[in-house]
Every structure is written in structure tokens, then in C-alpha cells.
Design a protein around this ligand. Structure first.
Ligand SMILES: C[S@@+](CC[C@H](N)C(=O)[O-])C[C@H]1O[C@@H](n2cnc3c(N)ncnc32)[C@H](O)[C@@H]1O
Length: 256
């Protein structure tokens, strides 16, 4: 076992940015208060449709565990989830959430590793990568897809959310309302700037309001890769998977 007091196991990319106080280190304290509820509910519904019988699931980039908890609600009672999350601050939220769910203690294993190194101990019926793909560069994605295609059982399904934007173009600022906690209300002002041929920088300002008084604002930037549906389809076909033609709205899915 490697002990590294600074970065934890295999801290790369966003995990190491967070260790420096950037990216998810800024985002994490707001995450569950600002996620767009309707969209997240519809993604959870899509998972329910696509993997009702899955007995083993790899959830890659599980974040604070919103979808881990949702899956525990509809997967078969003996189904096992491997929740892969390399970023320490996100994993703290994930483990805290799971520790208070009785069924999770037996059924969810948290792997503190990267998508390109994590190794669930059994082949899986489903690989779930939600709100993650944008963190992988074009030259990393073939390895990502091959790795997870190989860990799927025949007939197993791999699910990602529909990517946005579909091409590198500026996204004007928009305010996404979040939730209230006690006297305070949270929201995100989000925009994307083009920073490369297939890359945008999302700039998110997390705002805290008390009544009509702005009491806090923290900004996190994420450089993200843009992957069109067409490109995604080509990459997953190259990894040996077959598209699910009738995937629910908002997600794209492939089977081995
Ligand atoms: C936007 S969050 C999504 C979390 C969760 N899937 C959800 O939809 O709520 C992206 C997550 O992916 C994780 N992540 C970033 N790079 C990763 C990598 N290379 N391997 C695995 N997870 C990664 C981040 O730490 C973060 O928790």
C-alpha cells in the first residue's frame, strides 16, 4: 500500500487540481445544493430504464454519490456497485453519504482511483460515466473506452450523458438556481469560453444569498473537452461496443 499524505492514490488531472485547492475543491461544498434537479432526476430515470437487472455496476467518477444512492434505490437487492472517485474532497462527501445508507454498507465499494487505473474485482453488467467524459482528452479516451468495454460482461451496458456543448462554441452566462439550506440560498452563474479546437473552459461562480444580499461568491474553472455525438459513436464502436438505438433522452448507451 502506498502512503502519500499529500495527494492520495493516483492523484492525476482534476484530483490533483483539487489537492491544490482548484476545481472540485471549490465546487464540492456546493455540489449537492446546486445540481440541476430536473436534469439529475431525468438521468437517474434513464439509469433505471437501462440497468434494471444489473448485479454489478462500475460507477466511474461517482462524485458525491447522487447517482450511487439513486441506483441503490432500484437495482436488485443483491447488486453490487463499485464507486470510483479519485478526488479526495468528493470522496469525503461520497463516503459520508454512503455511511448513512444501511443498504450501501454491504453493497458499495469505494475505489479511490482514477478511471484509467481502477480495477473492480469482477466483470460488471454496467459501466456508468455521468458528467465525467469531458475530463478526458481525445488521446486518453480510446484507453478509457477500451478499458471499460473489456470489463463489461457480454450484453452489459455502458452509459454516458449526452454531451453539451456538441461543438466548441461559447455558452453565454446563465444563472442556474440551486436550493436553500437554512437562511441561505445557493445558485451558479455558469458560462463557457472557447479555449481550443475541441475545448471549452467552464467558468462557474457559486453564489450564496441571504435574502437579497449576496454573502459569498467563489469561482471554479474547468477546462473541458468537447465530444460530439458523432465522435462519441465512432470512439465507442472502435472499442467494440454497439449503440443502444432507443436509449432514454439525455443519455447515450452502448452494449458489449
Ligand atoms: C461533475 S462530477 C460528476 C459526479 C457524478 N458522476 C455526478 O454526475 O453527480 C465529475 C467527477 O469525476 C471525477 N473525476 C475527474 N477526473 C476523473 C478521472 N480521471 N477518473 C475518475 N473520476 C474522475 C471528479 O473527481 C468528480 O467527482
Amino acid at each position: 500500500m502506498t502512503k502519500n499524505a499529500t495527494a492520495g492514490p493516483a492523484a492525476t488531472g482534476e484530483a490533483s487540481r483539487a489537492e491544490r485547492g482548484e476545481g472540485y475543491a471549490v465546487n464540492a461544498p456546493y455540489y449537492d445544493l446546486i445540481l440541476p434537479r430536473d436534469r439529475w432526476d431525468s438521468l437517474a430515470g434513464a439509469l433505471r430504464t437501462l440497468l434494471p437487472e444489473a448485479r454489478s455496476v462500475a460507477e466511474v467518477g461517482a462524485g458525491t454519490g447522487h447517482f450511487t444512492e439513486a441506483m441503490l434505490g432500484f437495482l436488485p437487492a443483491d447488486a453490487e456497485i463499485f464507486a470510483i472517485e479519485p478526488t479526495r474532497v468528493m470522496r469525503a462527501a461520497l463516503v459520508t453519504r454512503l455511511a448513512r445508507i444501511a443498504g450501501a454498507r454491504r453493497r458499495v465499494t469505494v475505489l479511490a482511483e482514477d478511471a484509467l487505473t481502477a480495477e473492480p474485482p469482477v466483470p460488471v453488467d454496467a459501466v456508468v460515466l455521468l458528467n465525467l467524459v469531458m475530463h478526458f482528452a481525445p488521446d486518453e479516451r480510446p484507453r478509457l473506452w477500451r478499458r471499460w468495454a473489456e470489463r463489461l460482461r457480454p450484453g452489459g451496458v455502458l452509459v454516458v450523458e449526452a454531451q453539451y456543448p456538441q461543438k466548441a462554441e461559447p455558452v453565454p452566462p446563465a444563472t442556474v438556481p440551486g436550493r436553500s439550506l437554512g437562511r441561505r440560498r445557493y445558485e451558479t452563474v455558469t458560462r463557457a469560453d472557447v479555449v481550443g479546437e475541441d475545448a471549452v473552459r467552464w467558468v462557474n461562480a457559486y453564489r450564496t444569498w441571504e435574502g437579497d444580499r449576496l454573502v459569498g461568491e467563489e469561482v471554479a474553472a474547468f477546462d473541458c473537452h468537447v465530444v460530439s455525438d458523432q465522435r462519441l459513436a465512432g470512439e465507442l464502436a472502435a472499442a467494440g461496443l454497439t449503440a443502444v438505438p432507443d436509449a432514454p433522452a439525455g443519455v447515450r448507451a452502448w452494449r458489449r
